[in-house]
Design a protein around this ligand. Sequence first.
Ligand SMILES: *Cc1c(COP(=O)(O)O)cnc(C)c1O
Length: 229
Amino acid sequence: MENIADNLAVVKDQIASACHKAGRRPDEVRLIAVSKTKSAAAIREAWEAGQRDFGESYVQEFLDKLEDPQLSGLPIAWHFIGHLQSNKVRQIAGKVSMIHGIDKVSTAEELSKRATQQGIDIDYLLEVNVSRESTKYGIEPSSLLSAAETCFRLPNIRLRGLMTIASPDPDLARREFSELRECLEQLKSSSPDPSLLTELSMGMSQDFEEAIMEGATMIRIGTAIFGWR
Ligand SMILES: *Cc1c(COP(=O)(O)O)cnc(C)c1O
């Protein structure tokens, strides 16, 4: 049995020392506990230990957890971090504080449509394929600016930054994180409202220290908190 509270404490220490090394304040980095495939009881345990941001990847599993008696009513900030198909957007709109993995303009358009229907604003990130692995989702860096041009104009959704999943090799990962930060800088210079573009969602259990060195504002950690899936 994993001791989730202990694991969380260790991860927070590691975040603090990575921030120290990077000359950043620990409160500049938001820890998202990735709870996909893990039970509501495990999430509850992390919540009791003070964790408030959780990441889920699968729409149905996420909806089931929202209804779970152990979690319903808790003020959890849910992040949808999985690949989101257009036809599933409707099911999660209004239920998450941030959607991380939008990788197509058409999905952003669908999100905008649903947000407008519900009369709400939804924060989201565009996923960028900086590792250029063909098996990964994400917009190619060279297409990002033209995709964002359309996204900036969509009503009721707010582009808040970029997200990526890096290569497994930590040295390569670090270069990719650096490239994502450069992509965000470019995006800011073409945005009608650069002050909204504050987020870099990058770094997982294996590479969050590198991500913090390169400016991550949100790190998504599953295994190091909840154990192997
Ligand atoms: C599963 C997942 C994570 C967490 O990965 P760990 O290696 O378990 O920390 C982070 N981001 C995304 C997009 C994921 O799907």
